[in-house]
Design a protein around this ligand. Sequence first.
Ligand code: NAD
Length: 503
Amino acid sequence: MSVKTETASLLSKLGVPKKAYTKGTMAAHSPVTGEQVASLPAATSAGAAAAVERADAAFRKWRMVPAPRRGELVRLFGEELRAAKADLGRLVSIEAGKIPSEGQGEVQEMIDICDFAVGLSRQLYGLTIATERPGHRMMETWHPLGVVGVITAFNFPVAVWSWNTALALVCGNTVVWKPSEKTSLTALACQALLEKAAARMGDVPDGICTVLTGDRAVGEVLVDHPKVALVSATGSTRMGRDVGPRLAKRFARAILELGGNNGGIVCPSADLDMALRAIAFGAMGTAGQRCTTLRRLFVHESVYDRLVPRLKKAYESVSVGNPLDSGALVGPLIDAQAYEGMQKALKAAKAAGGKITGGARVKVGSDKAYYVEPALVEMPRQEGPVLEETFAPILYVMKYADFDGALAAHNAVGAGLSSSIFTLDLQEAERFLSAEGSDCGIANVNIGTSGAEIGGAFGGEKETGGGRESGSDAWKAYMRRATNTINYSKALPLAQGVSFDID
Ligand code: NAD
């Protein structure tokens, strides 16, 4: 079966109406073969604004539904996802080029966040706080926020939306989603599954979740629309630099999940077998197209010659190929632009004295598909392309002599998403996690930089945008907090002992 035929068959099985992927001006491609697999309609700005109005009307009803009942919708959606895991995971592989276990893993993340959100729907609690005034009670309550605009990147085409949507829904919000123009088919499938869950539940307001396929102009409508209370935008730091100030200008809430330039430190005491596997997965997995991909590695000089040759061997022998039928570990880059970006970075690294292993294009099927050997680049120092995220499988490896220097170099980049240390030395591990250690939103010990679980809050600092999604108390960003003080006495004492007596 051709990829195009299989795509149509999966979309139909997942409940997407045929006209949604056969008629329209937007071409959908699979990076696996580079071929066009579908045509989609592109939303107009007016259509996007109308979707926001519908979502706002739905919000006014949905916010009055008790949270545990809202959780029921997410529970049913989780059931739909369980039933559709194989098909949706396969569609993720076709559209984003992920190997099967990663395509399925992405859907598993969706199921996990649904489970989390269902529990959360009974735990949207506020504090009761001691008041200084007699006969008074002070407490905080959490209320739904409004319409949440979700803008997503191509590399996690379904999971990131579900992290936002599962929380937003139980928090009483409605959602308008602008997926990446490179991965809109999986978005249509998610929408169809959510609609199935809503139909099973029965009393869900129309317009509670909408998907708008289109380019950045559609995303911009969400960013600028006064009825979108929160925009959760995932993508490049370039995108965040545009979106952040626009949201700030109208005092809207923002969750920005932007680029990463993730680093790891391998210390003298590290378990090198463990480090090797973690580094290989972190740097080469998903063909280097995870926001948490390991991109910079600092290796202590005492273990450099034991680790780096083994790493190079892993790079030379890793299987690159069609993720749909070859059992390969490394699939394609998303498109030609990604390939060109990778070659440009490698050229700059070479000019700065880098010694490159791999990096060449690999012919897999059609010329329109872009497969590459992952590249390991031994750099004399951290400079030039090492300071920036290139969204491709390039790992820059640098030797270090002293721990403080490695830590300083680790933190000396713009992004602040994920980080790792490999050590069996308690002092090094704890320092890495301490206030003077890694400056990232994710800091791991003896685990790679990628592959986070949904239970923890996910996000990063500095140019990664500062947003947090998913687990822990990330839900608070999707609600507004009110502090309530109730006077049940017969007097009116003022706070701080202020007196203001009128006759
Ligand atoms: P991208 O920035 O090109 O696009 C992301 C999304 O933003 C797309 O839907 C796009 O249409 C939209 N967009 C772009 N400019 C916009 C604007 N001015 N206004 C409104 N919408 C706009 O990113 P990409 O190439 O799809 O994804 C790769 C990038 O995403 C990498 O930098 C990666 O690190 C990052 N990413 C970050 C996280 C995270 O959680 N921190 C997760 C996944 C990906």
